[in-house]
Design a protein around this ligand. Sequence first.
Ligand code: ADP
Length: 367
Amino acid sequence: MFLVAGAYWVVQRETDLAVLAALLVVIVRYAEPLASFINYTKIIHLVEASLLRIEALLMVPELPQLPEQHPQRYDISFELVDFSYQGSSQPNLIGFNLTIPARSMTALVGPSGGAGKTTVTRLLMRYADPQTGTVKIGGVDIRAIPPETLNSIVSVVFQDVYLFDDTILANIRMARPEASDLEVQQAAKAANCHAFITRFPQGYLTHVGDIGSRLSGGERQRISIARAILKNAPILVLDEPTAALDTESEVAVQAAIDTLIKDKTVIVIAHRLSTVASASNIVVVEDGRLVEQGIHNELIANPGRYSSMWQTQQRVKNWHVARTANQIAHVLSRILYLAGQPLESLVKAQNIITFSCACAGALNLVV
Ligand code: ADP
């Protein structure tokens, strides 16, 4: 554009060639630094926005501490807890009472999206304090437990796992920075991670950033379980850790979880009730209230929220079984047809498969 205009001015004798050449040199000389400067201003805006967010975080007042006490046991109790998030128009937990014995497994279930299950676990980790009531660990009000002690006695495994842009070794070791390489490896073995980690040419020293997209959801989840195994905290919160996984990953992750939860006080938030049917206590939370609790067999024997949720999930499971049955029957009849079998045997085979799959569905309902 400038060149065309310059040529025009030269032809019109409004400027001479030497001035145009000098101008061109100046423009070329400054174009690159100018472009870099414009890029820097974009980065400065980004940094400014991040700083504002960090500042807002630093401005959050610290939660008040009671005189320091350290729990000697790891049972948990919520005593008449009322809690509302800041700016919330209605209470998010109301008169919440729950006793969790040490080394037991308590499942929090209920409608997904807003019942209050995650809020219960957040209060245990002291992300906030309840407006009334108390949360205790080993009989000690958690407001008296120093934050670093509380952090060391509670581990959390979330559904979404965040891995830092560092090596796999560092990502696992962050749970206990003083752990040796051998301890990290032992934790990874217990979490069923060792085999897939050693398949990478650099093994434990592989950078997560380089392989981020090559790690499946199940593998990332097992790394977070390895972290929790390494930390070895006596209280464990599992927030739907297998909810987003396919069946194969779920089996591997579940095996890792079984190792992790041994001898721990466990609170698990579960959507699929079949995964927590063996829990020592199942707690149904709805609209911020504890509406039912007990063991699986007791709860399904009585009409109530849990038994209706259980039946709904079983119906969905049976629908899947029936759909698979129809698909198998359809494929088999095609094979028999192509093999030149008479129509009679096609119908017979189809009926047998559909019938047996329906029986399997009914069996699921009973089990
Ligand atoms: P659940 O885990 O059972 O799905 P949550 O404990 O996450 O339920 O949410 C309970 C209620 O608290 C919901 O109404 C939700 O909108 C509200 N809530 C959750 N987190 C926050 C937050 N950080 N700020 C304000 N309200 C929140």
